[in-house]
Design a protein around this ligand. Structure first.
Ligand code: NAD
Length: 499
């Protein structure tokens, strides 16, 4: 019996039929080398699509197109026209939301519940938020400290060509976060999606053309980080790198972009502490800790992977979390009742599993989970049980390193000073959570935590208007809100003698 496909599913099937080309200068083109790579469905290990694999020569054509567009038509485009184009793109994405949600779930293994209700609507909202900023880029008039007969003012100008490199964990939203602010500010863009999840970015490329962006304003180059990512980093005619990904790769980008003194924004890894005090609303805290850890299979940069629980409620919190993890439905991400889908790849699954084995060797106790799921249809995909570890010291590998999978480290604490010190004892500083009903504790702890975002009595909540960025080795620079515009503009000072 043949399966009946919905219209979005049929559209996706049609989209996946041809080898996917790159978007350069408003046209879909194969890589100059003709090389192709395969994109794998993490839920079943099947080949989902074939994609042209670019190299430096393709990056170079994209840079030429982006530079020509920046100097040409795009620089003459009125701010209100940029608003219109971004809003049009948002409308088109909203109209085809179901198609994007379906494709994203096939490509990245993110559950359909997340792609449908969180990632795609958030991408639409993000485009609309930055559409509004295009017409609000202003400078200041500056009264000079030394007085005199001068008129001094500043303007904000776009940086130029931006090379935007994104990871695989929420590919469409990650791309849109790297697209909207630079375009709103008048830059041109080269998108480099993760090789593992390029498909929704490529489908978005179709909408970018349909929305009417001039050729060269947005280019998409597909391929490996080593080839495309490095070519973008090294290219002398790119002005800015916007990178989201691992700290290790981020450090390499920072070193290499020094040669051409590119501006950089780095959104990197995390090992976020989530702290539950005994006076917290425990039902909410447990729910927050659970979702903050296991959403998207734990493949979220801000995941609350180090859960510190005050001793008095440690047993109670731990038992509830174990019960919730054991009830979690792991399986086909297209099933709306599934709570956890597959990890992105077999290699990544093995990396996460190895972390669990190392933890055991270092003395950890596995409270629940820890195994790769291999029954029936799950065997072909990259499924891991939601895992909770305890009996951990601060210097254990799993407490120190980012695992990027569904592995929660739960640890008791005795007092506030101790937990602050332990929470901050990490090279990362992306996010943190605090659960308490005591206002003084909430303020004291959130002030003391070394993290770019601190959530109190909530977790994972983000907003387009709220700045986001990492402390310490979790990043450089800030995105979202007005800071997102600042990150893609430079300040010019103009001083006019009135004599
Ligand atoms: P990754 O660093 O391996 O890859 C990210 C991107 O960089 C990919 O497009 C990849 O192809 C490219 N790349 C790889 N090597 C490169 C190189 N040498 N030069 C230039 N580009 C290169 O990360 P990943 O495995 O795709 O994603 C997971 C990581 O991303 C985690 O560490 C996670 O914490 C981080 N992340 C951070 C945020 C944030 O906002 N801070 C958000 C999402 C993910």
């Amino acid at each position: 019996m043949s399966r009946v496909l919905s219209v979005p599913q049929e559209n996706v099937a049609t989209f996946l039929f041809d080898t996917k080309k790159m978007l350069i200068n408003g046209e879909w083109v194969p890589s100059l080398s003709g090389n192709i790579y395969e994109s794998i469905n993490p839920a079943n290990g099947e080949i989902l699509a074939k994609i042209y694999e670019g190299d430096e020569s393709d990056v170079d054509r994209a840079v030429r197109a982006a530079r020509a567009a920046f100097k040409g038509e795009w620089s003459k485009t009125a701010p209100a026209e940029r608003t219109k184009l971004l809003n049009k793109l948002a409308d088109l994405l909203e109209q085809r939301a179901e198609e994007f949600a379906y494709l994203e779930t096939l490509d990245g293994g993110n559950t359909i519940t997340l792609t449908r209700h969180a990632f795609v609507p958030s991408a639409v909202a993000h485009l609309r938020y930055y559409a509004g900023w295009s017409t609000k880029l202003t400078g200041h008039t500056i009264p000079l400290t030394t007085g005199g007969n001068f008129h001094a003012y500043t303007t904000r100008e776009p940086l130029g060509v931006c090379g935007q490199i994104t990871p695989w964990n929420y590919p469409l939203l990650g791309t849109v976060w790297k697209l909207a602010a630079p375009l709103a500010a008048g830059n041109t863009v080269i998108l480099k999606p993760s090789q593992q999840t390029s498909l929704t970015t490529l489908l978005l490329g179709e909408l970018i053309i349909e929305a009417g962006f001039p050729p060269g304003v947005v280019n998409i180059v597909t391929g490996s980080g080593r080839k495309i990512g490095e070519a973008i980093t090294n290219h002398p005619n790119i002005d800015k790198i916007g990178f989201t990904g691992s700290t290790e790769v981020g450090k390499g980008i920072m070193k290499k972009s020094a040669d051409t003194l590119k501006k950089i924004t780095l959104e990197l890894g995390g090992k976020s502490p989530n702290i539950i005090f005994a006076d917290a609303d425990l039902d909410k805290a447990i729910q927050g800790a659970f979702l903050g850890m296991f959403t998207n299979q734990g493949q979220i940069c801000v995941a609350g992977t180090r859960l510190y629980v005050e001793k008095a409620v440690y047993q109670q919190v731990t038992e509830k979390l174990i019960a919730m993890a054991q009830k979690m439905k792991v399986g086909n991400p297209l099933d709306p009742t599934t709570q956890m889908g597959p990890l992105i790849s077999k290699e990544h699954l093995q990396t996460v599993k190895n972390y669990i084995e190392v933890a055991k060797k270092e003395g950890a106790t596995v409270l629940t989970g820890g195994n790769i799921l291999q029954e029936g249809e799950l065997a072909a995909g990259n499924y891991l049980e939601p895992t909770i570890l305890t009996d951990l010291e601060e210097n254990c590998t799993v407490v120190k390193e980012e695992i990027f999978g569904p592995v929660l480290c739960i640890m008791p604490f005795e007092n506030i000073e101790e937990v602050i010190e332990r929470a901050n004892a990490t090279e990362y500083g992306l996010a943190a959570g605090v659960w308490t009903q005591n206002l003084a504790i909430a303020h004291k702890v959130s002030n003391a935590l070394e993290a770019g975002t601190v959530w109190v009595n909530t977790y994972l909540k983000s907003d387009n208007a709220l700045p986001f960025g990492g402390y310490k080795q979790s990043g450089i620079g800030t995105e979202m809100g007005y800071q997102g515009i600042e990150a893609y503009t430079k300040t010019k000072s103009v001083l006019i003698s009135l004599n």
